[in-house]
Design a binder for this molecule. Sequence first.
Ligand code: SF4
Length: 457
Amino acid sequence: MRTGELSGCPQRMETTPLRTALGRARLPRYTSYPPANRFDAGIGPETVAAWLEELPADGPVSLYVHVPFCRRVCFFCACRTQVARGDAPLDAWLAHIAREIALVRARLPGRLPVRRLSLGGGTPTILSPEALDRLGELLCGAFDIGADAEISVEIDPGACDAARIDALARMGVRRATIGMPDLDPRVQRTTGRTQSLEVTRETVAELRARGIDRIGFELLYGLPHQTAAGLGATLEAALAEAPDRIALPGYAHVPWISRRQRMIPEDTLPGPEARMALAEGAAARLHEAGYVQVGIDHFARPDDALARAAAAGTLGRSFQGYEPEPAATLIGFGPSAVSRLPQGFAQNAGGTGAWQSEISSGRLATRSGWRLSARDAAIGRAIERIMCDGTVDLSWYPQAPATELLLRARTAMIELPGLGRVEGNRITIDTMTGARLLASRLDPDFAPERDNFSLAC
Ligand code: SF4
């Protein structure tokens, strides 16, 4: 196994207005347009119930189930999750998920076919094997989940065992994403995320032995005390497992949103230039290893579905990151889960107690959302293409939003030389590093003081 410093890390980098803007910017991840922090509290359960009733009976849909519990809390994590002590909160969650699935199913025009089912959180494998079996039964009872549906799960190797992997295999899971932020002991101590390489390797072997053989890793750059050598060693350990995909998002320090991040001393974080060097060094190593970049922060083997979708222009971006050929409808279950419907977005109450209370009263747990206008839809499509492909052709867009987007893009290109170019009706960025920056410039309502966040999930 190769170890040591990331060879692609530039030692000296030229400072330009674009580089300074990229290094300093705190921007939305644009997993939706508008981002979820701007959702409207006026979109409630009745509106979303009507939207569900209007869905076509032949689907297909994607499903997301949010398990909001972990056995430990990693200080860098900004996900909606809490430590679960004992099984009582997990049992209560499962009982309410059953009711939520029934409430949604009652509004749907039929047993819709499922293209993709994702279990995320939190830590889905905190559920017992019996609870995972029950969850699978509930979903299969309400939806048509055929053999061609892709079922995936996020795995914390520190909270997974053989019996749970058996249950995942029974559910039909074929893809697993292994969290492995950084193996450097100093980084692990500072972030509260201890994880041994041995346990991680064993988990991957157990998954593969049960047919869950589409393996991805998720690393993080920009962590406290992180060095090029430490990130490089973590990357080599991941590559040694020959994963199909590696995600490498940047750590976003937003302690005003995620209180647990206050445990991380700010003076241990790499500065903007060091962050960019870590990201660029890791990307160079991944390219050398034969992976192609997908979107802003994913890498995949050229024969992986994500890479093929990127090459074909059919990549999509959703709250779960990048996905090939996304269904138009995504239905989310659990606290804070977001649904994307043809009419707009809907987000469940974020707190587990608030979500349970809504479900117990026999109503959908929608707390906010967004009804998409034709202009919103056009701007959202353009931003999604920039975040996925780095380019968008506005020739077939409605004239008013296309004119507005081209004007915004030209202004951004003048202010930030090197960001990209506008040729006719096509906007193109020079590198994917600039995608979020350009997206924020295309977003007519972006306000740095309000949207200065960047959540991991
Ligand atoms: S990183 Fe994973 S295990 Fe750690 S707190 Fe977040 S969801 Fe839980």
